[in-house]
Each structure stands twice: as C-alpha cells, then as structure tokens.
Ligand binder design. Structure first.
Ligand SMILES: Nc1ncnc2c1ncn2[C@@H]1O[C@H](COP(=O)(O)OP(=O)(O)O)[C@@H](O)[C@H]1O
Ligand SMILES: O=C(O)C1=C[C@@H](OP(=O)(O)O)[C@@H](O)[C@H](O)C1
Ligand SMILES: [Mg+2]
Length: 182
C-alpha cells in the first residue's frame, strides 16, 4: 500500500499557511499541526518570548528540531503549516524536499503586508518598516520556496476557502498522476 505523504505548507508571513492548513486538513480528514505552535508548546513560551530571549538563531534551532521530529515520527499523512523562515536553512530545505508534498502558498508583498497588519505577534515585523522588511525577505526567500515546492498556489484576491479548494484540487491531481506513472 502506498503511504500518503505529509503535506507541508510553506510561504511568506501572511500567505495563509496557518489558515489554509487548518481548512485543508478538515476537508481531508487529516490531523493538522502548526510548526510555530509545536515550537511554542515545546518551549513553554510564545514566539516573541523566544526571539527576545534566544534571538532569531535560537528560534531557528528550535524550528529545525521540530521539523526533524515530525518527519522522523512514523505517523505521516498529516498537514503541517510552517513559519515563513523555514526555508532559510539548507538542512530544512533538504528535509522538506525529501519527506513531504510541499505546497508553496504565494502572496504578493502587498497582500502579505495587509494580512500581517492585523496582528503584532511576528517579531521580525516589529523591528522596522514592515513593507521594506517583507520585500527584502521575499527577495531572498521566494526562490527558496520555489526550490522546495511540489506545487505552487497563488493566494492573492482569493478567499481562504477558495484557496483551500485550489490546494485540494492540485494535491488530488498530483497524487493521481504519481500513482498513474509509478
Ligand atoms: N486568502 C486569504 N484572503 C484574505 N485573508 C487571508 C487569506 N489567508 C489568510 N488570511 C488572513 O491573513 C491573516 C494571516 O493568515 P495566517 O494563516 O496566519 O498566515 P501565515 O500562517 O501564512 O502567516 C489571518 O488574519 C487570516 O485570516
Ligand atoms: O518569516 C519568518 O521568519 C517567521 C514567520 C512566522 O510564522 P508565519 O509565517 O506563520 O507568520 C514565525 O515562524 C516567526 O515569527 C518567523
Ligand atoms: Mg502561521
């Protein structure tokens, strides 16, 4: 029997990884985990606290640990949302490419800015002009998301439910194709 792969969502802050991940897991009847939440539960502290006490480097260490743990666990067949910086470490990119069906949720910088402006729990956006920060991060990270992605889904000007339906369709098409050719 073919084991269903973990589905892992990547993309910038505000792409909708947490929101869409939850929606598609419900539709597929799979467990959903948000890696940021896993990191917070493991640390017993929230992300702003981790950045403040341990710096971004400490957060990245925890992020790699959490990602390694999920792919090593035997469960499989779950949906995971990651944080926007998951692709920064080469080690993480290798893990993603080799162990999951990776969906890149694309959002323009304007949409990222709009969607992230509703909350202040993202430490990287608290240190300067959010638009300039998001633009700079996007320039570095967009090629890295593309490098690990199995599927790329555009999210601008689409309601979360419509994005989720597109992700579900693309996953179904992809898995069907894989089974047909193998
Ligand atoms: N397609 C969408 N259209 C409009 N708003 C969205 C969309 N996807 C997510 N949002 C909203 O944007 C904000 C950030 O979404 P979130 O899922 O936390 O993004 P991420 O996990 O990628 O940072 C939330 O308020 C969410 O409701
Ligand atoms: O882009 C990043 O480096 C980060 C994105 C955040 O997650 P979201 O992408 O879900 O906002 C969270 O992991 C942390 O604040 C760092
Ligand atoms: Mg999130």
């Amino acid at each position: 029997m073919i084991k269903a792969p973990n589905i892992i969502l990547v993309g910038p802050m505000g792409a909708g990884k947490t929101t869409i991940g939850r929606l598609i897991s419900q539709s597929m009847g799979k467990e959903f985990y948000d890696l940021d939440k896993v990191i917070e539960d493991n640390a017993g502290a929230d992300i702003p606290w981790i950045f403040e006490r341990e710096g971004e480097e400490g957060f990245r260490r925890r992020e790699t640990q959490a990602l390694s743990a999920i792919v090593q666990s035997d469960t499989g067949d779950c949906v995971f949302a990651t944080g926007g910086g998951i692709v920064m470490r080469e080690e993480n990119r290798d893990i993603l490419r080799d162990n999951a069906l990776v969906v890149y949720l694309y959002a323009s910088v304007a949409q990222q800015l709009y969607r992230t402006s509703k909350s202040n729990h993202r430490p990287l956006l608290q240190t300067g002009d959010p638009k300039a920060i998001l633009k700079k991060l996007f320039e570095v990270r967009d090629p890295l998301y593309r490098e690990v992605a199995t599927l790329i889904i555009e999210t601008d000007a689409r309601h979360p439910r419509s994005v989720a339906n597109r992700v579900l369709d693309a996953i179904r098409r992809h898995l069907k194709m894989e089974i047909t050719v193998s």
